[in-house]
Design a protein around this ligand. Structure first.
Ligand code: NAD
Length: 330
């Protein structure tokens, strides 16, 4: 098959770029190394329940992203998350600012799956090398090669830096962007835990306990049920415990949650069905804007180019598509 554009990465940035390019009439192939789409817009489903273990919710500040969210709401793949979000500074529980927050319904990856349904995607396709010759990009995995005149890299900055040839104008700038890890733990409690919030920012710098940064009752989101909780470790703790085993991480985060519950006068819950996931590139943001002109048909996209949020990922995908469309029109 002859493709106009290859997009590497089927997270929010890649699918957003692919959707725009497809709408402009391009033949687009999306390559994704894992077995499903969504990237950090992720949901873990097991017999014991489901958890959004990556992005917890998203907000919208731009008209462009609001328009997309309106379409997702109409398609019933996104819902508002009305539940109260609080912050904990070590002494008080305080309601967080009244933001409109959104989640995928019934799973965080639902809007990504809806986008993917309109696209050609090859899963379990891990790209190891890219090269350009005779006006086309060649994209190689261990067993296959694909070719297209245009290419979008929609993967974390360190992976972009590794794929780009050392002489590429974007290589140095992307190599400078660091991304931080985040250990996530998914647990269920046997009995309901009664707390005033469904999501909690733990400001670990004020708290004498730097393990957790976020706690959420995942099952409080639309289309879910049960007592399923997601715990996110702080960046500092995740960095210091990068090579811990999942069991060690589950222990440490559950104990940290129990310590908080004790401070709030709650008894120790009995946990069941615990799993842990390590996000190696959970968050990051380019310190200086990275400008690109796509003169060689290559564009990059990712939340890390645009503030480290879901909306940034979406908008960066739109921007990457625009650059390529402008470039091929000239
Ligand atoms: P948002 O608009 O809800 O976040 C900003 C608002 O939430 C602030 O106005 C504030 O009221 C509240 N808030 C955020 N952090 C807080 C804190 N530590 N303490 C008290 N209040 C806080 O959401 P957004 O701007 O779309 O950002 C999404 C959220 O996701 C951010 O909070 C960001 O830190 C988080 N995030 C986490 C990871 C991770 O790996 N754990 C990765 C990317 C983003």
């Amino acid at each position: 098959t002859n493709w106009d554009v290859i997009v590497i990465g089927a997270g929010m940035a890649g699918l957003s770029a692919a959707q725009q390019l497809r709408a402009a009439g391009k033949d687009v192939l999306v390559l994704e190394k894992s077995r499903g789409v969504g990237g950090r817009m992720a949901t873990r489903r097991t017999d014991a329940g489901q958890w959004d273990h990556g992005a917890q919710y998203f907000t919208a500040r731009s008209a462009t992203f609001r328009r997309q969210i309106a379409l997702w709401l109409r398609a019933n793949v996104v819902s508002r998350w009305h539940e109260p979000i609080y912050a904990w500074d070590g002494t008080t529980l305080q309601a967080s600012s009244p933001q409109q927050r959104f989640v995928g319904k019934p799973t965080m990856n639902a809007p990504l799956r809806a986008m993917a349904a309109q696209l050609v995607i090859e899963l379990s396709a891990q790209v190891s090398c890219i090269s350009r010759s005779c006006g086309a990009w060649s994209v190689h995995s261990e067993s296959k090669t694909w070719q297209a005149p245009e290419l979008v890299l929609a993967i974390p900055a360190p992976q972009v830096a590794r794929l780009l040839p050392a002489t590429h104008p974007l290589q140095a700038a992307t190599a400078q962007v660091t991304m931080q890890p985040c250990w996530a733990v998914m647990i269920s409690s046997k009995h309901a835990i009664h707390l005033p919030f469904a999501g909690l920012f733990v400001n670990e710098t004020n708290v004498n306990d730097d393990v957790l940064s976020w706690i959420a009752l995942d099952s409080s989101k639309a289309g879910r049920s049960g007592q399923h909780w997601v715990l996110h470790a702080s960046v500092a703790w995740s960095l210091a415990h990068l090579d811990d085993t999942p069991d060690m991480v589950i222990d440490a985060l559950c104990q940290a949650f129990s310590r908080l519950l004790k401070q709030w006068g709650q008894s120790k819950p009995s946990w069941q069905a615990a799993t842990a996931h390590r996000w190696l590139y959970a968050r990051g943001n380019a310190e200086a804007p990275i400008t690109q002109d796509a003169s060689d048909g290559l564009a990059i996209a990712g939340d890390w180019l645009a503030g480290g949020r879901v909306e940034g990922a979406y908008l960066s995908g739109v921007a990457a598509a625009d650059i390529l469309l402008t470039h091929s029109a000239n």
